[in-house]
Write a protein that binds this ligand. Structure first.
Ligand code: CA
Ligand code: CA
Length: 185
């Protein structure tokens, strides 16, 4: 998966996009992030600033997204984390890669499975709180019923990947992300 991520980043970030993203990263915290990165400074931009970016601020998964892409899981991001996040969330990223990260984002308690509880949080956020608790649990039951291939009551990454084929709506976690034009290369 690491290798694939690198190649996605190279595809998405050619033609100066990487530079533009760096300036956005720098602009979030100019007093923190030096303009000269040749000495590889050990810098992180706090989640509070990342989560307030226009691409993320209305996304119900913003905190999870930042947690998953930050190296310590706290949402605070190095430049590397920041570039990874934007490359995976861009329209250029392959579906498999998106599915892999969607799984991590929906696995709220980080135990490598999506259990009924994780799924309830996910469906509630995906539907932006427009469904009643009863409707949410009906959907979750149905999803688990159909997608839990090995009947252990939870979704493994493999179960989830199979489910995505039937229910691509579960990749909508990036829906509210409006990418600036330079992403559409
Ligand atoms: Ca879990
Ligand atoms: Ca299972």
């Amino acid at each position: 998966m690491e290798g694939e991520k690198e190649s996605v980043r190279m595809r998405v970030f050619r033609a100066g996009s990487c530079q533009q993203l760096f300036y956005r990263y720098q602009d979030l915290a100019p007093q923190l992030v030096p303009l000269d990165y040749t000495s590889c400074p050990d810098v992180k931009v706090p989640y509070e600033l990342i989560g307030s970016m226009p691409e993320l601020k209305d996304n119900p998964f913003r905190q999870r997204i930042a947690q998953v892409f930050s190296e310590d899981g706290d949402g605070h991001m190095t430049l590397d984390n920041f570039l990874d996040m934007f490359s995976v969330m861009s329209e250029m990223a392959p579906r498999d890669l998106k599915a892999y990260y969607a799984f991590k984002i929906y696995d709220f308690n980080n135990d490598d499975y999506i259990c009924a509880w994780d799924l309830e949080q996910t469906v509630t956020k995906l539907t932006r709180g427009e469904l009643s608790a009863e409707e949410v649990s009906l959907i979750c039951e149905k999803v688990l019923d159909e997608a839990d291939g090995d009947h252990d009551g939870r979704l493994s990454l493999e179960d989830f990947q199979n489910m995505i084929l039937r229910a691509p709506d579960f990749l909508r976690f990036t829906d509210s992300v409006k990418f600036p034009p330079f992403f559409h290369l």
